[in-house]
Design a protein. Structure first.
Length: 115
């Protein structure tokens, strides 16, 4: 199967459990109409101490938990490597958008000259 964590992030619920949000797991093609939802919230299994440590970091420092890598073993079980990350500042976002626009314009000009 195919899975994507490109737009996903992790959040705690009211009970203190950690869930990954926006993780895309494609439906099984040979499955019936009882297939799973592709973008359902999925619970992460961590030890109690790890959960407490992450919860404290998220609440005090304002950090976000993001998945970095997805591992799927031969039995179909998944592991996610997660990390604490700080969001971009507004000026960083603007800079990234400018760079992206510049690259897009250059690609467009190259395409016009090559055809």
């Amino acid at each position: 199967g195919k899975a994507s964590i490109s737009e996903s992030f992790c959040e705690f619920n009211d009970k203190g459990e950690l869930f990954v949000i926006n993780m895309q797991v494609d439906e099984y093609t040979h499955g019936s109409h009882y297939n799973h939802r592709p973008k359902a919230e999925r619970k992460l299994l961590l030890k109690k101490q790890e959960l407490k440590k992450l919860f404290k970091e998220v609440k005090t420092s304002g950090l976000t938990i993001v998945p970095l890598r997805l591992f799927i073993n031969d039995r179909g079980l998944a592991k996610i490597k997660i990390a604490l990350a700080r969001g971009k500042k507004l000026y960083d976002k603007r800079e990234t958008l400018k760079e992206r626009d510049t690259k897009r314009n250059l690609d467009r000009i190259k395409k016009q000259f090559n055809s």
